[in-house]
Design a protein around this ligand. Structure first.
Ligand code: NDP
Length: 313
C-alpha cells in the first residue's frame, strides 16, 4: 500500500490521529481534531455507556468529518459500548488492551473500520490475522497503558512494518512535525499523538493536570505498576507509594488495593496531582504550551511539510 493510505482508509486530509485517552478526549477534542483535518477519537474507557452515547451524538453535531472511538477491552461494560457504537454508526473504532479476535469481525460486519493498538510485532500479526484494517504500534515512550516488552518506538515501528502488510500507525513519543516525519521515514503510514492533545484547550482533563504536563522535564514520567497493567505516569506522591510498596515486595493484590478505584479520575479529571494517577508520555518534556487542538494539528502539519521539502542532512 502507498505510504499515505490511512488518509484514504479514514477519509481524512492528513495522517495525524489523536489518541483516545481516558478523562481527556471527549467530543470537544475529537471534533476539533477532525475538523482540523486529522482524525479525532473519543476515549470511551472513562465513560459510562450513556455518557459515550452523548459524546458520540455531540461529536456528530460538531463535525461532518469522520471520527472514531477508542475501546479499551478491559472496560467493564464493553458490550454496552459496542452496542452504542453500532447503533450510532461510528465509522472507526480503535481497540486496545485485549485480544483483537474478540470483536473485530462483529464491528467489521457493521461496516466499521477497525484498528488495534499493539506493542509488539507478535501482537501486530494477531491483529492482522483478526482482520483489522490497520494497527497502531505504540512504543515504550507512550503514556497510559503500555506493553510489557518495553520496545521503544524507534525499534518497534520498523519491526512491525517488516511483519505486517496492513498500514502501521506510529505512537509513543510523537508530538511534533519533526517526530512525525521520523516515524514516517521508519515506515509508518501515519502517527497517533496523545500527550500533546492533553495540553489542548479542548481536552476535558483538569487544568492542574494540563499544567503539570507542560511543566514536566525529561525523566519525570515512568512506566510502573508492571505487576498489574503497566502504565506510564508522572512520578508523584502516589507513585512514591507504589515504589515503596514494590520495595517492600508487595503482592499484586496489595498493589491493587493501593491503586484502589478511580485513581486516574482523581488525578487527570479532578486535578489531584499528589494522590491521583497522572498518565502521560515521555514526550510531555517537549510540550510547553496549552493550545487549541486545531493549532496543534496545524503546527505539526506545517513543520512536517516544511521538513519534507528539506534535504535530510
Ligand atoms: P478504575 O477501576 O480505577 O475506575 C473506574 C473508573 O471508570 C471510575 O472513575 C468510573 O467513573 C469510570 N467508569 C466509566 N464507566 C464505568 C463503568 N461502566 N463501570 C465502572 N466504572 C466506570 O479504572 P481506571 O480509571 O484505571 O480505568 C478505567 C477504564 O479506562 C478501564 O476500562 C481501562 O481499561 C481504561 N484505561 C484506558 C487507558 C488508555 O490509555 N486508553 C489507560 C488507562 C485505563 P466514576 O468514578 O464516575 O464511577
Amino acid at each position: 500500500m502507498p505510504r499515505h493510505s490511512i488518509t484514504r482508509l479514514f477519509n481524512i486530509e492528513f495522517p495525524l490521529i489523536q489518541a483516545g485517552m481516558i478523562w481527556a478526549s471527549g467530543w470537544r477534542l475529537a471534533s476539533a481534531v477532525s475538523n482540523a483535518g486529522g482524525l479525532g477519537i473519543i476515549g470511551s474507557g472513562s465513560m459510562y455507556p450513556h455518557v459515550l452515547k452523548e459524546h458520540i451524538q455531540k461529536c456528530k453535531a460538531a463535525t461532518s468529518k469522520p471520527f472514531g472511538v477508542n475501546l479499551p477491552m478491559l472496560y467493564p461494560d464493553i458490550e454496552a459500548h459496542i452496542k452504542t457504537i453500532i447503533e450510532e454508526k461510528v465509522p472507526i473504532v480503535f481497540t486496545s488492551a485485549g485480544n483483537p479476535k474478540t470483536y473485530t469481525s462483529l464491528l467489521k460486519a457493521h461496516g466499521i473500520t477497525v484498528v488495534h493498538v499493539v506493542s509488539s510485532s507478535k501482537f501486530a500479526l494477531k491483529a492482522q490475522e483478526a482482520g483489522c484494517d490497520a494497527v497502531v504500534a505504540e512504543g515504550f515512550e507512550a503514556g497510559g497503558h503500555n506493553g510489557r516488552d518495553e520496545t521503544t518506538t524507534f525499534v518497534l515501528i520498523p519491526a512491525v512494518c517488516n511483519t505486517v502488510s496492513i498500514p502501521v500507525i506510529a505512537a509513543g513519543g510523537i508530538a511534533t512535525g519533526r517526530q512525525m516525519l521520523a516515524a514516517m521515514v521508519l515506515g509508518a503510514s501515519g502517527v497517533q499523538v496523545g500527550s500533546r492533545f492533553v495540553a489542548s484547550d479542548e481536552a476535558s482533563s483538569h487544568i492542574h493536570f494540563k499544567n503539570a504536563v507542560i511543566n514536566t522535564s525529561e525523566g519525570d514520567t515512568i512506566l510502573t505498576l508492571k505487576q498489574l497493567t503497566p502504565v506510564r505516569l508522572i512520578r508523584n506522591a502516589f507513585y512514591q507509594q507504589v515504589q515503596q510498596a514494590e520495595k517492600d515486595c508487595a503482592s499484586p493484590e496489595a498493589l491493587q488495593t493501593l491503586l484502589g478505584r478511580g485513581r486516574a479520575k482523581k488525578g487527570m479529571f479532578e486535578g489531584d496531582l499528589e494522590e491521583g494517577e497522572l498518565e502521560i508520555g515521555q514526550v510531555s518534556a517537549l510540550i510547553k504550551k496549552i493550545m487549541p487542538a486545531a493549532d496543534i494539528v496545524r503546527e505539526i502539519r506545517e513543520e512536517y511539510e516544511a521538513l519534507l521539502q528539506q534535504p535530510l542532512e
